[in-house]
Write a protein that binds this ligand. Structure first.
Ligand code: C2E
Ligand code: CA
Ligand code: CA
Ligand code: CA
Length: 280
């Protein structure tokens, strides 16, 4: 059977064979990493453009791999989606976010919020899961407003009852909803009216050339204006330079996130940013 298995691989090109093996190995390693609790959650500040203060954080999962070093989420999130491990990852990121948002609200900022990403695969799953999340928040004496859920626009196009009822479930609990990577997907804007969304996150591809590309400025301004008309707040992603920040401020953007302020950092390091801010 072993020889046969080896022969089967000869149907593939060496490149594909390596890719398939890498995938299999990464899936197994990821399962093990979840089981032995070695995934980490980092936090990146989201700054109020007008006050300059850190108002929120985005939770981002990190996988330190013994042989490979940090594996990028761009590489392992798709694997987690196809293997179903994404649900366990989403749950552990949520739990970790709750621990820190509770502490940081008590110590530094009563309105602090942490956002967690939900991939379409997990969002389309079991509704009971979010009942558990809401229950967990209540047990921790936290209002729903402490957590924001980031989803992508493709989900809303689907417009199924299952999606709508989950968004209602969040609204009833006070959990806010952000549309991630806005502008890269289908951008049928009618869903913005139909669903109760709280934030738009302008994708970093619009921000990157803001200082040199007039059409990117025009697009960002249009998105911000439209969002405000619909009572949504706007977060700009991938803000790396002061110039981008200033242009976004002029355009009326509400929040900014990016390396200009900080890369994603471990919670202990994030806490130092909050301490410094409180002392200044
Ligand atoms: P995203 O949700 O759009 O997250 C923002 C990504 O942009 C993060 O990459 C962040 O490190 C990066 N970033 C932040 N500021 C800057 C900047 O100024 N310049 C540049 N070039 N990049 C910046 P990261 O952490 O590698 O995550 C990549 C993607 O993986 C995320 O994109 C998200 O789609 C997914 N992801 C990460 N963590 C999770 C998670 O816990 N659950 C799920 N479902 N997906 C996750
Ligand atoms: Ca995100
Ligand atoms: Ca994004
Ligand atoms: Ca809402």
């Amino acid at each position: 059977a072993k020889a046969q298995g080896r022969n089967r691989f000869s149907y593939f090109t060496p490149g594909l064979q390596t890719a398939a093996l890498t995938r299999l190995r990464l899936t197994n390693d990821l399962r093990a990493a979840i089981a032995d609790n070695s995934l980490r959650v980092y936090f990146q500040p989201i700054v109020d453009i007008h006050t300059g203060r850190i108002q929120k954080a985005e939770a981002l999962v990190r996988w330190p791999h013994a042989q490979l070093g940090f594996v990028s989420p761009m590489e392992f999130i798709p694997i987690a989606e196809t293997s179903g491990l994404i649900v366990a990852i989403g749950d552990l990121v949520f739990r970790e976010a709750v621990i820190w948002v509770k502490k940081w609200r008590e110590l530094y900022h009563p309105d602090f919020q942490i956002s967690v990403n939900q991939s379409p695969i997990e969002f389309q799953g079991d509704q009971e899961r979010y009942v558990n999340w809401i229950h967990h928040l209540a047990l921790q004496n936290l209002p729903g407003q402490a957590i924001t859920v980031e989803i992508t626009e493709g989900l809303l196009l689907d417009a199924s009852q299952k999606i709508a009822s989950k968004l209602l479930q969040f609204r009833d609990a006070g959990i806010q909803v952000a549309l991630d990577d806005f502008g890269t997907g289908y951008s049928s804007l009618s869903y913005l009216k139909k669903f109760d969304i709280d934030y738009l996150k302008i994708d970093q591809s619009f921000i990157r050339n803001l200082a040199s590309d007039k059409s990117d400025i025009a697009l960002s301004e249009a998105i911000i204006m439209m969002a405000h008309k619909l009572d949504l707040k706007v977060v700009a992603e991938g803000v790396e330079t002061q110039q981008q920040h200033d242009l976004l401020k002029q355009a009326g953007c509400d929040f900014a996130q990016g390396y200009l302020f900080s890369k994603p950092v471990p919670p202990e390091e994030f806490e130092i940013l909050l301490q410094q801010q409180n002392n200044s």
